[in-house]
Design a protein around this ligand. Sequence first.
Ligand SMILES: Nc1ncnc2c1ncn2[C@@H]1O[C@H](COP(=O)(O)OP(=O)(O)O)[C@@H](O)[C@H]1O
Ligand SMILES: [Mg+2]
Length: 245
Amino acid sequence: MAREMSGAPAILPLAVEGLTYTAGEARLIDDLTFRLEPGPRTVIVGPNGAGKSLLLRLCHGLLTPTAGTIRWSGGAGPDASRRQAMVFQRPVMLRRSAAANVEFALSLRHIPRDQRKQRVAAALAKTGLADVAGRPARVLSFGEQQRLALARAWALEPQVLWLDEPTASLDPAATRAVEAIIDAIHAGGTKIVMTTHDLGQARRLGDEIVLLHKGRIVERAPTADFFERPQSPLSRAFIQGELLW
Ligand SMILES: Nc1ncnc2c1ncn2[C@@H]1O[C@H](COP(=O)(O)OP(=O)(O)O)[C@@H](O)[C@H]1O
Ligand SMILES: [Mg+2]
C-alpha cells in the first residue's frame, strides 16, 4: 500500500473556493471556501437536506459546480480523480462475484492484470470477505455488500476516500464492522471525509467535525471542541437534536 501511495504525487491538500451549486433559485451549496488537509478524519454532519451528499459529489467530481473552484494540490488536474474513491449509502454491485467486482474496479483504473489478483485477495481479506469471494455480490447481505464496497475502494489505494452515510442502512453490528474498516483504511494513510447523521458515529470516527446547514458551513472544529464547546447556537441546537432542517 505504501508503495503506490508514496509513489504517486500527493493530491492533498484540497483547496475549495467559493463553491456554489444552484438548482433554479435555490443555492443548495452556498459559496463554500475551505481546505482539506491530509491526516485528520473529517466528518460532515447536518440535518437532512443540508447539502452533505451534494458537497461530497462536487468534491469527488461527480457534479459540476455552478461557481467556484476545487483545486487539488500540485496541479493534479484530471489525474486527481484516479487517486480518490467514494462509497455511497447503498452499494451498487455488478452482477458478478464479489471478487470480480473488486477486480473490475482495478481494471477501470488500469492496474496491471498481474497485480490485480493479489490486490483483490488482500482487500477481501482485510474486510472479512475472503470466504464469500466467489459468491455473486448481489446475494450478499447489505452489511457484506457495504464491506465489499469498502474493499473495492480500498483496493484502489486512494489518497482520499469519500464516504456518504456509509452505515445509514445498516444494523448496529454491521455498522461497527464498517467503522472498524474505515479506521483501518485511515490507519493505512488514506484521508477520510465522511458524512453521517449519527452523532455517536461522528464522535467515534471524527477527528474534526464540519456542521453543514442549508448549504453553508456553520462550524468546523476538532471533535471534542465541537461537542463540548460548540460556538454557534445552530451547533448547540443540532447536538441537542433540535435542528431539523
Ligand atoms: N440534482 C439536484 N437538483 C436539485 N436539487 C437537488 C439535487 N440534489 C439534491 N438536491 C436538493 O439539495 C438539497 C441538499 O441535498 P443533499 O445534498 O442530498 O442533502 P443531505 O445529503 O445533506 O441530506 C436537498 O434539498 C435536495 O432536495
Ligand atoms: Mg445525503
